[in-house]
Design a protein around this ligand. Structure first.
Ligand SMILES: Nc1nc2c(ncn2[C@@H]2O[C@H](COP(=O)(O)OP(=O)(O)OP(=O)(O)O)[C@@H](O)[C@H]2O)c(=O)[nH]1
Ligand SMILES: [Mg+2]
Length: 1200
């Protein structure tokens, strides 16, 4: 089996001859007889103390390139009882299952530790599978070569060992005098391994045997006899721990000599990449990265500062950065940082830093706030602001996406949250639903805020939230902000560490569609990941106080003639005038993107606009960065500030510098500042008297700049300049970069997405499609004709077997191996891995997909009867699409294939690890394909296993309720679900969702009882195509099957009806069929009809609810099949309230995309619908947990 071979190769270091390698990990944990669970049970690990209450999940070691690692399961964070031991819950889940298989009863009242012992007692083994050893040692039970090794069970395998003391390892058992070996020497001591050697026993001839035993202060870890070797390497030790080693000579009768003994402490990895962050006269900040292999192990760092003749300073931290203040100016300090774990300390890494002179300009000490009474200097205090917002704890223990997506009490209540502590939640709740008013949150319900001391500026709130969010939540927040057309943070200041971070990772998910003037012929628009676009950057900064509001000016500059919106928050907005305490020095970025309509576009080329909050005097780093990277820097200033510009001469200024100045009561001047050969100002335009005139002049100036601007740059390329200006980059962490490299190993093979799928993801190709047809035909019997049913089925089964055998020939490809390795890696890295892969795959497919989707959309709108062409393009879209789901689909196929192998097959055992990985992915917020849209089938074994794993990971607390959406294709179904629940179903023009996908949302404990479930499953379905657009009845039937299944599974169904759809009647018929079909398998589903004005025609009137239901009744009455089924009116097939179950949505965009913000009305209607749906769920009868859901999927899929 390729996978296990590779695993061994990866773990096996090149070794010198005559050294034996022993893997402690295997001896202690490996348990070949542990039934279906091949994962070694994880013993309590005393080093994991700080990880609780996070529940940990151990990945299958056979899939792991190095050794097993742990993954936090965020979904379980607060649903779990405080762990009494640190056995992972994932392990508990598997143990629980294994117990069940052995028919040993299990109760949740059992402590995990007891459970662990119970299972280890029932599954432990005394022989070591030598094939599992990295060194591939010859097996003890087979014939032994002359230099052989005998694995001996240690007492730990049978019973828990007694606590050991030094000197108690080995007892010599005989009176025979056997000469002892010479002194033990340690040839190498690494964090996880030790190589020791000893001299030959004096007076002994020929190859001798030695008994080697070792252990920690807690227990004996291993013991075995070797013959002919004097050297041994012992692997998989714990780092920073004291180990004892004893060696005794053993004669041929088994008599032992006295033993020689030595102990050693395994090495502790030192921190890496120690760098100076910020430094000034009396303060400095440092940053570093964790030592190798320290990921996931809670540890601390010891930092010491020494300077000759001065007292040394020392500090501890768990973070990878530290700030020191109260230092001596102009002094050299030697700084050392060591890793500390328990009593062990690594070698230090050191650097020398010289503090600045006393007269250096303070930049972070004093900030200039924007209060009305002039410059206001105050001491910024991040902790104080965080504590006001109830976020103090979250600075260390970051907020995660799962907490934001979770449904809690506030989701359904109408109570206004208006305390400072509730601001972050209110903001996130609105932002999740893309409410363009999300930033306008205030404490207190009064319009006018009288007590400003308690108020919080929204920019402070955003900075605080980002500082308290993990990388993935940061990315989520920034993406949603961009969708609302809010400016997003480019450089984020942190007043605690005094560091500035370029938010590149956070912006990576932003994708925009726009139409620049130089668009290739035939293309309507281009889709771009915005941080990768080479776009001129124009920066706006302020020097001193000015009468103009820079942000307000920028908003006007970027607004179209048709639509006015506020990307930059400004003074006149809610709480915009509250003094900023932690957001001074923030640089935000927003983009102007043309739609291609000259009448609407303010600029015909894309443009990035940066806005520095605060005075450039106080934020020199940010200002220098902008001068280096921008095509132009516009400086708002007062005429009296002329002297400052002399400072610019020493800077690396690549930008054109333009001053926007005015004096008290004087008109505005726009002047170009030239720095070389001498400082010079040239008027750009005539003086402007009013703000409107000034904005016009600014627009002209920017437009001129955009014409053939050579100075274009992508945000991704700003990272180099950031480093030059001592600005951190958020994605410069080892986890993120390693994950990126691993993704690169996959994507470098993708030249053509379709060919890539054929070559590397082969299991899901035409064989799987043929198999799907056979599987479904077995119960549909559509082509049975005159055949005897049983005979027909038999023939189908035979064909199925042949195909399965063919499919089995596909081995797991190296690409899939790379994928699985990326997924099983540490918690943080696997998330980065999936994100990078998802983004890279999307970017790769757009190139090919975008044009096809435009064509599809055009044909389906203008020539729906041209079914042949539509089907052809649809096929091409399907062939070119390559997303994360294709990789998981491949996992599913590999798993399904392996399920046909005999139980002893190693391939089967390896594949059994895959469902757990996929279940984890679902918990991480990635959608899972329930119905494969290309094959029109459910890989039922795979789905069953994934959801079963999920059920166990959730500790059997998986009672769920289901919300489903069905409706016409491209009618905004996925958009609506994403808006309501903050989830991330794929959205795209043309055709997008295929089959059906699911996503899980956690329900907070506070309303589980009320809602009657622990989680909510959302099912997004492929759009229904009108009859005229479909080439054959088969695909039409397929659409209806998917819709029926989704309805049958749901507790509440949303039917999307796009008001602009000319084939509405046809779609409604299909919807009604879907409801009719489920009539026999379940009670009437709850239903809401949603009418969306996709293209907002002003004349469009709201539909009268009564007319609407009557219209549905008319369709039913006219249909003969429905009549036959005794269905006469809509109320015969669905449960609904005539007055409140019909919803009207405006278009999602308030204006013309790409510059249009998300419609507030749309977001608020979506919120109301969500509240109503949750209300419905409260009332509907519980239908069980995930295990019941799986049963229903299989039952309904066959029955429908
Ligand atoms: N103008 C406008 N566009 C919308 C609206 N809702 C969604 N869209 C866009 O329409 C396209 C399709 O949206 P989706 O949400 O993917 O539609 P869908 O119904 O899920 O599509 P399929 O899954 O392919 O059936 C996307 O480009 C959306 O941005 C709307 O109300 N107005
Ligand atoms: Mg969709």
């Amino acid at each position: 089996m390729i996978i296990s071979t590779l695993t061994r190769q990866a773990t096996q270091p090149p070794r010198p001859p005559s050294i034996i390698h022993v893997s402690l990990h295997h001896i202690v944990h490996y348990s070949p007889s542990s039934g279906s669970s091949q994962t070694p049970p994880t013993p309590p690990n005393p080093r994991r103390g700080r990880e609780s209450p996070s529940l940990r999940y151990r990945v299958p070691s056979s899939l792991h390139p190095t050794c097993s690692r742990t993954v936090v399961n965020p979904r379980l964070l607060d649903s779990s009882p405080p762990p009494t031991t640190s056995i992972s819950d994932w392990t508990v889940a598997r143990l629980q299952r294994a117990l069940k298989e052995r028919k040993i009863s299990f109760h949740w009242t059992n402590r995990k530790a007891q459970l662990f012992q119970l299972l280890t007692a029932s599954t432990s083994t005394t022989t070591l599978d030598s094939h599992s050893l990295p060194g591939s040692l010859p097996s003890a039970t087979h014939s032994r070569p002359s230099n052989d090794v005998t694995m001996q069970p240690t007492s730990t395998r049978q019973q828990p060992p007694p606590a050991l003391t030094e000197g108690q390892f080995l007892s010599t058992s005989s009176d025979a005098v056997v000469p002892p070996p010479g002194e033990i020497k340690f040839l190498s001591v690494k964090p996880n391994s030790v190589t020791l050697s000893w001299e030959c026993p004096k007076g002994l001839e020929g190859p001798a045997s030695f008994r080697v035993m070792w252990g920690s202060s807690v227990k004996v870890e291993g013991c075995f006899i070797i013959r002919g070797f004097h050297k041994i390497e012992i692997n998989n030790l714990q780092l920073g721990q004291k180990y004892f080693f004893r060696v005794a000579t053993q004669d041929k009768d088994g008599n032992l000599s006295e033993c020689v003994e030595a102990s050693v402490m395994t090495a502790m990895p030192a921190p890496r990449h120690l760098k100076k962050g910020h430094s000034e006269a009396t303060a400095l900040s440092l940053k570093w990265t964790k030592g190798e292999n320290m990921e996931g192990i809670p540890h601390q760092f010891l930092i010491t500062l020494t300077s000759p003749g001065k007292d040394s300073l020392a500090a501890h931290t768990e973070d990878c950065y530290k700030t020191f203040s109260d230092l001596e100016p102009d002094t050299e300090y030697i700084i050392s940082v060591s890793t500390v774990l328990g009593d062990a300390c690594s070698e230090p890494v050191s650097t020398t830093i010289h503090t600045g002179a006393d007269n250096q300009m303070p930049d972070w000490h004093l900030i200039v706030s924007t209060c009305e009474h002039g410059p206001c200097y105050s001491e910024p205090c991040l902790r104080e602001v965080l504590s006001k917002m109830g976020l103090e704890d979250k600075y260390e223990d970051k907020l995660t996406l799962s907490t934001v997506l979770e449904i809690n009490q506030n989701e359904t209540s109408d109570n206004n949250l208006d305390t400072a502590e509730s601001l972050p939640e209110t903001f996130l709740k609105k932002l999740k639903m893309l409410n363009a008013n999300a930033r306008s949150v205030r404490c207190g319900s009064h319009e006018v805020i009288t007590d400003k001391s308690n108020a919080i500026n929204p920019l402070d709130m955003i900075v605080a939230l980002l500082l308290c969010s993990d990388n993935f939540l940061q990315q989520y927040i920034v993406l949603k902000m961009a969708l609302c057309q809010f400016a997003v943070p480019l450089l984020l200041p942190n007043y605690e560490t005094r560091q500035i971070t370029l938010m590149l990772w956070s912006m990576r998910e932003i994708v925009r569609t726009f139409s620049p003037s130089n668009l290739a012929f035939g293309k309507l628009s281009c889709v771009e990941r915005i941080v990768l676009c080479d776009i001129p950057l124009v920066s706006f900064v302020r020097l001193g106080r000015t009468i103009l509001s820079k942000s307000q000016m920028l908003n006007k500059l970027l607004s179209n003639s048709q639509q006015c919106h506020d990307p930059f928050y400004h003074r006149k907005m809610v709480c915009g005038d509250v003094p900023r305490r932690i957001s001074e020095g923030l640089v935000e970025i927003s983009w102007y993107l043309p739609c291609g309509d000259r009448k609407v576009d303010r600029f015909t080329e894309p443009l990035a606009v940066a806005n520095l909050r605060g005075d450039i005097r106080a934020f020199d780093k940010q200002f220098s960065f902008l001068c280096r990277t921008s095509a132009a820097v516009y400086i708002f200033c007062d005429e009296s500030e002329a002297d400052f510009f002399k400072n610019l001469k020493g800077k690396d200024v690549k930008a054109n510098v333009i001053l926007i100045s005015s004096g008290q009561g004087k008109p505005f001047k726009l002047q170009m500042l030239t720095l070389k050969p001498s400082l010079k100002k040239t008027n750009v335009s005539q003086k402007k008297k009013t703000e409107t005139e000034l904005i016009k002049a600014l627009q002209e100036s920017v437009s001129k700049l955009l014409e053939n601007c050579p100075n274009k740059v992508s945000v991704a390329n700003l990272a180099d300049s950031a480093q030059h200006c001592e600005i951190l980059v958020d994605e410069d962490t080892d986890e993120c970069q390693d994950a990126r490299k691993n993704v690169g190993k996959i994507t470098e093979h993708i030249a053509n997405t379709s060919e890539f799928k054929d070559n590397h993801l082969a299991s899901q190709g035409h064989i799987w499609k043929a198999l799907s047809w056979l599987e479904t035909e077995c119960w549909r019997l559509r082509k049975a004709g005159n055949w005897d049913t049983e005979e027909y089925r038999k023939s189908l089964k035979t064909k199925e077997k042949v195909l399965r055998r063919k499919q089995l020939r596909f081995e797991m490809t190296p690409i899939m191996l790379s994928f699985l390795r990326g997924v099983v890696i540490s918690e943080v890295q696997h998330y980065f891995f999936l994100k990078w892969l998802e983004m890279d795959l999307d970017s790769l497919s757009w190139n090919q997909l975008s044009a096809l989707q435009d064509r599809y959309k055009e044909l389906s709108q203008k020539f729906p009867q041209d079914t042949e062409k539509i089907a052809e393009i649809d096929k091409q879209i399907s062939a070119c699409s390559l997303h994360l789901e294709h990789f998981f689909r491949e996992c599913g196929q590999l798993y399904e294939c392996a399920s046909h192998l005999p139980d002893y097959s190693s391939q089967k055992k390896t594949m059994e690890q895959l469902p757990a990985l996929c279940a984890q992915m679902l918990l991480d917020g990635f959608p899972l394909e329930l119905v494969d849209g290309d094959a029109a089938n459910i890989p039922i074994k795979w789905i069953t296993e994934v959801l079963t794993e999920l059920h166990y990971i959730m500790q059997s607390n998986s009672k769920l309720k289901v919300i489903t959406i069905i409706g016409a294709e491209n009618s905004g179904k996925s958009t609506l679900l994403n808006t309501m629940f903050g989830v991330r179903f794929a959205v795209s023009k043309g055709t997008c969702t295929r089959g059906a996908s699911i996503q899980l949302i956690n329900v907070n404990k506070d309303i589980r009882e009320e809602l009657g479930c622990d989680c909510i499953m959302i099912i997004d379905t492929e759009g229904l195509k009108p009859h005229q657009m479909v080439q054959d009845d088969h695909s039409h039937e397929r659409d209806k099957e998917v819709a029926s299944l989704a309805v049958a599974l749901s507790d509440a169904t949303i039917v999307n009806v796009s008001r602009d759809d000319s084939s509405e009647q046809d779609i409604l018929k299909m919807v009604l069929y879907a409801f009719t079909r489920v009539k026999d398998v379940r009670s009437k589903p709850l239903c809401h009809f949603v009418h969306i004005d996709m293209y907002e025609k002003p004349a469009a009137k709201r539909r009268n609810s009564k007319d609407w239901w009557e219209r549905l009744n008319v369709i039913i009455r006219k249909d003969i099949r429905m009549k036959k089924a005794k269905i006469n009116r809509i109320s015969d097939v669905v449960e609904f309230d005539g007055d409140t179950c019909s919803w009207h949505f405006p278009s999602v965009w308030h204006g013309t995309p790409p510059m249009a913000p998300f419609s507030v009305d749309y977001s608020e209607t979506a919120h109301a619908l969500k509240k109503r749906l949750l209300g419905d769920l409260k009332k509907c009868q519980a239908r069980g947990d995930l295990m019941h859901f799986i049963e229903r999927v299989e039952k309904f899929w066959k029955a429908l």
